[in-house]
Design a protein around this ligand. Structure first.
Ligand code: SIN
Length: 539
C-alpha cells in the first residue's frame, strides 16, 4: 500500500476553536499542520449557539463572580486553579478575537450580554443572535488564512498516534497516521509534538446535539497510546433539543430560556418551579432530570418550550437560525409550542491534562472538549466551553515552544496498526451500522441521564459482543469510527460504574446522594483498566 509521508513541526488533530487557537500560537515556533476529518472540516464549535461567557470589563468582582458560578455548577469537582485561569485569561482572549474582527452583537455601542442557566448575571456574548460558534470559527480561520506557517488538510481522518514505546509504556508521541479520505490511502504525519483537539463523543448516544464527526476519535487514539482519561462519567445532557419524529435533535439554546422561554409538560403546565427556585434557569443537570421526571409522569416522550408569550419580532431577530430550523420542520415557534427533550451535548471529562494541555505522554497535548483540564467539574457552566477552547488553546500554543528543539522523528510505527482489507471509505458495512445503532440506543437508555449499576453492567456484557467488530477492521471511516465510539463508551461506562454516588451530571438511581468526600475525587481510566473490565471480564 502506498503511504504518503509528511513532516511538520507541530501536528494538530481537529480544527474547532481550540485547535485553531492553538495553531495560531504554535505557528510562532514552527510549521503547523491541522488535520480535519471530512472534506468540509466540520467541528462541534461551529454549532455552538448560546455564546461565550466572560467578564468582559476585567473587573475583579466580575471575574470572581464568573469563577464562583463555575465552581458552584461544577459541584466541587472543578480544579480551582484551572477555573481561575479560565476566568482571568478569558477577557484577554475575547479582546484578541475582537482585534481579529469577530463581531459580537451590540445594542448601540454596548455589547449585549445574555443569561443562561446557573449564571448569577448576564455575561454571555453572542454573535448573529444564535451563531456565536460559527462567527468565532470563521474569524479564526480568516486569521489563519494569511499565516503561511499553518496548513489545513481537510479530508484526513486520523486513525492512530505514533508513539515510541519502552516496553508497554509510551515514551513520547511523534506523529499520527491518517486515512486520506479522497485518495483512500494512508498518510503518516511526523511532528515534534501532537495536539489533540478532536472534540467530543456525543455520537455514542442515540440523541445528541453534536455533529456526526463527534465519534470520540481523540479519546480512542489517546487511550490506545497510553494516555489517562479522567471524569469520563460526567457527560452533560442539554435539556432542550428538538423532539420531532424524523428531525435531528437540534439544539434549542438555553439562551431562549434566558430570554424568558418557559418549559411546559404534556398537559401544558409549567413545572420547573416545582424542582428548583431558579425554575427554567436552574443548572442543566437539574433541568434535564426534571424533564425526564415529567416525561415519566405524563407518558409523553417530550415536554414543550414555549416562547409564544414573547414578542414575535424579538424572537425572530434574536434566534434567527433556531427560528428558521424549527420552521423548516413545521413549527413556527412564535405561534406554536416546540416539542423538546434532553440530548447528549458535552463531555466534561476527557484526556487528563495540566494547565498547559500536557498529557501524561511526553509531546502529546490535548485541548478543548477532548481534554480534561478540570474546568468543568461535574457540571459545565453554560457557555464556558468556547472560552475554554480559546484560553487553553492559547496556553497550549505557548507551551509548545518547549518542544521546538526536538528533531522530527520518522521511525516506523505503522506496523502497530492492525487493519483488515482495503475497503471503499464510503462503504458502510452492515455490521458496523448495526453495532452503532445498538450502542447508541443502549448508551442512551443505560448510561444516559439516569443510571443504575445493574444496567451499566449489562452494557459491559453487550460491549463484549459488539467488540467483535474491533478485530481487524477494514480501512473504512465508518468502521474505524465504530471502534472509536466503542472505546469512548467503554471509558464512560467504567467510570460511571465505579462512581457509586450522584454528583452533577452523573446521576445513579441506586446511589442518589453525593458521597461525603471533601472535595470529591476525580476518576481515572486508561487502556489497561478498560481492557481488564471489558475484554477479560476482570470484575
Ligand atoms: C446553548 O446555547 O444552550 C449551548 C451553550 C453551551 O452548551 O454552552
Amino acid at each position: 500500500m502506498d503511504i504518503t509521508e509528511f513532516k511538520t513541526d507541530f501536528l494538530i488533530i481537529g480544527g474547532g476553536i481550540a485547535g485553531l487557537r492553538a495553531a495560531i500560537g504554535a505557528s510562532r515556533f514552527g510549521q503547523v499542520v491541522i488535520l480535519n476529518k471530512g472534506l468540509k472540516g466540520e467541528s462541534s464549535s461551529e454549532f455552538a449557539q448560546g455564546g461565550i461567557a466572560a467578564a468582559l470589563n476585567e473587573e475583579p468582582a466580575e471575574i470572581q463572580s464568573h469563577f464562583e458560578d463555575t465552581i458552584i455548577a461544577g459541584r466541587g469537582l472543578c480544579r480551582e486553579e484551572a477555573v481561575r485561569v479560565l476566568v482571568s485569561e478569558g477577557p484577554r482572549r475575547i479582546q484578541e478575537l475582537l482585534d481579529w474582527g469577530v463581531s459580537f452583537d451590540k445594542n448601540g455601542e454596548q455589547y449585549i450580554l445574555a443569561r443562561e442557566g446557573a449564571h448569577s448575571k448576564n455575561r454571555i456574548l453572542r454573535a448573529r443572535g444564535d451563531a456565536t460558534g460559527n462567527e468565532i470559527v470563521k474569524t479564526l480561520q480568516r486569521a489563519i488564512s494569511t499565516n503561511e506557517r499553518i496548513s489545513i488538510f481537510n479530508g484526513y481522518f486520523t486513525i492512530d498516534l505514533l508513539t515510541s514505546k519502552s516496553g508497554e509504556d509510551p515514551e513520547f508521541c511523534f506523529g499520527a497516521v491518517a486515512l486520506d479520505e479522497e485518495k483512500h490511502c494512508l498518510s503518516r504525519f511526523y511532528a515534534k509534538a501532537v495536539i489533540l483537539a478532536t472534540g467530543g463523543i456525543g455520537q455514542v448516544f442515540r440523541r445528541t446535539t453534536n455533529p456526526p464527526v463527534a465519534t470520540g476519535d481523540g479519546i480512542a487514539m489517546a487511550l490506545k497510546a497510553g494516555a489517562e482519561l479522567e471524569d469520563m462519567e460526567f457527560f452533560q445532557f442539554h435539556p432542550t433539543a428538538l423532539a420531532l419524529p424524523g428531525a435531528p435533535s437540534f439544539l434549542l439554546s438555553e439562551a431562549i430560556r434566558g430570554e424568558g422561554g418557559q418549559l411546559r409538560n404534556a398537559d401544558g403546565k409549567r413545572f420547573m418551579d416545582r424542582y428548583h427556585p431558579d425554575a427554567e434557569l436552574a443548572p442543566r443537570d437539574l433541568v434535564s432530570r426534571a424533564i425526564i421526571s415529567e416525561i415519566r409522569q405524563t407518558g409523553v416522550d417530550h415536554v414543550f418550550l414555549d416562547v409564544t408569550h414573547l414578542n414575535p419580532h424579538f424572537v425572530r431577530e434574536r434566534f434567527p437560525m433556531i427560528y428558521a430550523t424549527c420552521l423548516h420542520y413545521g413549527i413556527d415557534m412564535v405561534k406554536q409550542l416546540v416539542p423538546v427533550a434532553p440530548s447528549a451535548h458535552y463531555m466534561m471529562g476527557g484526556i487528563k491534562t495540566d494547565l498547559f494541555g500536557r498529557t501524561n505522554i511526553p509531546r502529546l497535548y490535548a485541548v478543548g472538549e477532548v481534554a480534561s483540564a478540570g474546568v468543568h467539574g461535574a457540571n459545565r457552566l453554560a457557555s464556558n466551553s468556547l472560552l475554554e477552547g480559546l484560553v487553553y488553546g492559547a496556553r497550549v500554543g505557548d507551551a509548545i515552544e518547549a518542544e521546538a528543539s526536538h528533531a522530527v522523528d520518522s521511525s516506523d510505527g505503522i506496523e502497530d496498526l492492525k487493519l483488515g482489507g482495503m475497503e471503499d471509505s464510503i462503504s458502510w458495512p452492515e455490521a458496523y451500522r448495526s453495532t452503532q445503532a445498538m450502542l447508541k440506543s443502549a448508551m442512551w437508555e443505560h448510561a444516559g441521564i439516569i443510571r443504575q449499576g445493574p444496567l451499566l453492567e449489562t452494557l459491559v456484557e453487550s460491549w463484549r459482543h459488539w467488540s467483535e467488530v474491533l478485530k481487524s477492521p477494514p480501512l473504512s471511516r465508518p468502521a474505524l469510527e465504530t471502534g472509536n465510539m466503542l472505546w469512548a463508551s467503554a471509558a464512560l461506562i467504567q467510570s460511571a460504574l465505579e462512581r457509586r454516588e450522584s454528583l452533577g451530571a452523573h446521576f445513579r438511581e441506586d446511589y442518589p446522594e453525593p458521597r461525603t468526600d471533601d472535595p470529591p475525587q476525580h476518576s481515572l481510566v486508561n487502556f489497561k483498566t478498560l481492557k481488564a473490565l471489558f475484554k477479560e471480564g476482570g470484575k
